[in-house]
Design a protein around this ligand. Structure first.
Ligand code: MN3
Length: 201
């Protein structure tokens, strides 16, 4: 069973007015994400241990396995991008539903403190990687970061509510080298907090 590139849940120009241009989304979805899917399918074809496994299974079984590092990188990136596309909204970006706002305020002190923590994680991730809002096992919201293709599924850091790609291909056309501006804009105008709230359970 081959893995597929999921369709974007909006058009490639849907986020342009919000700070993520059509060319960024076309390349990011159609080239970068597609390349991870294609590479992953190539590994699955050649490795009987991966046959018939779910994406989540493959992330777990390839994590911290030196021989399977290329499998982990591509499986992780496929999983991460599936969440990333859903974690952005062309219509409600930046609007935090009451239920989630209460939880954020309880666990971080305020929405501003949450955004500052998220931005600090995203900016301090040296090189490529991801920033995450997760619901940790203790029931609290936490901000975390991972390098390259890793994610909280692999590290066991909690259930992902928001995924922000901080690889340069996410922001270089729109923000050049200014990752802090990309992340602030993403949190304020693009992040899909309805999606995050729906995953709170
Ligand atoms: Mn990416």
């Amino acid at each position: 069973m081959a893995f597929d590139l999921p369709a974007l849940p909006y058009s490639t120009n849907a986020l342009a007015a919000l700070g993520m241009c059509q060319e960024t989304l076309e390349l990011h979805h159609g080239k970068h994400h597609q390349a991870y899917v294609t590479a992953l399918n190539g590994f699955v074809e050649k490795n009987a241990a991966l046959a018939g496994k779910t994406l989540e299974d493959i992330v777990h079984l390839s994590h911290n396995n030196a021989e399977m590092a290329p499998v982990f990188n591509n499986a992780g990136q496929h999983w991460n991008h599936i969440l990333f596309w859903q974690a952005m909204s062309p219509t409600d970006g930046g609007r935090i539903p009451g239920k989630l706002e209460q939880k954020i305020t309880a666990d971080f002190g305020s929405v501003t403190q949450f955004k500052d923590a998220f931005k600090a994680a995203a900016v301090s991730q040296f090189g490529s990687g991801w920033a995450w809002l997760v619901l940790a096992a203790d029931g609290k919201l936490k901000v975390t970061k991972t390098p390259n293709g890793s994610n909280p599924l692999a590290t066991g850091e909690g259930k992902v509510l928001l995924a922000c790609d901080v690889w340069e291909h996410s922001y270089y056309l729109d923000f050049r080298n200014r990752r802090p501006d990309y992340v602030q804009n993403w949190l304020d105008k693009i992040a899909n907090y309805e999606f995050a709230a729906s995953r709170l359970g």
